[in-house]
Design a protein. Structure first.
Length: 316
């Protein structure tokens, strides 16, 4: 009895010699096999993506596919691929996956994926939910945090529904390592938090206005004068200034668009408790690559708070 692998190879060789395709009858005649055997081997080759079929009227013509078989693609792509059945048991994966999670291929194949990843993936429940959704036909994406053997990694994983040749459902997880990007985001967020904490603890109020004088940012320090930062954002800066000082103060602040800097701009502000505070502002223009002013940044200090009474000289 001929070896099935040899018979499959014979079918492939027959099709190689006939790139325009052959029917089952023609393949059987060229290879010396019966039609039922040829049909069975063609089903296997079609499932692997090696052979395709076209209809010419009522006749089926089989030919070698010019597409890359999915197994070849999965094996050589730099992305991580893992295919699971309806029980979420691993049935196929490429070499990147076990290498990343610190296991060997044999320890992952034919094992429940949730069991494999337990203790390695921080947000495993999110993965489980995404896999269960894929089994119902829904595609979803999860950012997975992986902590294993001192390594802190992040992966963007797409969970997609697949159907096996026997008609059963499964899940394909396509992973991309985004650790460098994610760790940079975390570092930048921590730096932003540190700078914000620094700004909020400065003795001066920090603010930003756009070139038209509308507030785009003001630090938490302004709450000491009864203002709520969120109420001020999006409003013109001169709303804080008493009417008598508005024109002169805003003229000096907006002159920074051309001059670049301006210091010692003094004005009075009416605060919520009815007091009038004397502020002094230092401003600096922020420009884009073309030299156009895009924002004016500045600080406000309470001038009265800086005044200290001069001690009287001691009597002899």
């Amino acid at each position: 009895m001929k070896d099935p692998a040899e018979s499959v190879s014979q079918v492939v060789e027959t099709l190689k010699k006939n790139p325009w395709g052959l029917s089952i009858r023609e393949i059987a005649g060229s290879s010396g096999m019966n039609r039922m055997s040829v049909a069975k081997y063609l089903e296997v080759l079609m499932a692997k993506g090696i052979v395709e079929v076209r209809l010419f009227g009522s006749a089926k013509v089989y030919y070698l596919s010019r597409q890359i078989p999915v197994t070849t693609f999965i094996e050589y792509t730099t992305r991580h691929y893992c295919i699971m059945d309806s029980n979420l048991t691993v049935v196929q994966l490429n070499g990147w996956v076990p290498e990343t999670v610190g296991m060997v291929y044999e320890d992952m194949i034919n094992r429940p994926i949730l069991e494999v990843l337990k203790g390695r993936v921080v947000n495993l429940d999110e993965c489980r939910i995404a896999m269960e959704k894929a089994l119902t036909g829904e595609t979803s994406m999860v950012i997975v945090e992986n902590r294993f053997k001192g390594k802190h990694m992040f992966f963007e994983i797409f969970h997609m529904p697949v159907q096996f040749p026997d008609g059963s459902c499964g899940v394909m997880a396509v992973c991309q390592d985004i650790s460098e990007k994610k760790l940079l985001e975390i570092a930048l967020r921590k730096e932003a938090e540190r700078l914000l904490d620094l700004i909020n603890n400065l003795p001066d109020i920090v603010f930003s206005v756009n070139p038209e004088g509308v507030l785009t940012y003001i630090s938490h320090k302004v709450t000491e004068y009864g203002f709520v930062p969120g109420d001020l954002i999006g409003r013109r800066f001169n709303g804080m200034i008493v009417p008598e000082d508005r024109n002169a103060a805003m003229s000096q602040i907006l002159s920074v668009r051309k001059s670049g800097t301006s210091r010692g701009i003094r004005f009075r502000a009416a605060v919520r408790d009815g007091r009038t505070i004397r502020f002094e502002a230092d401003c600096m223009a922020r420009r884009d690559a073309s030299g156009t002013c895009t924002e004016i940044n500045g600080t406000l200090r309470d001038v009265a708070a800086q005044v200290r009474p001069v001690p009287e000289p001691e009597k002899p």
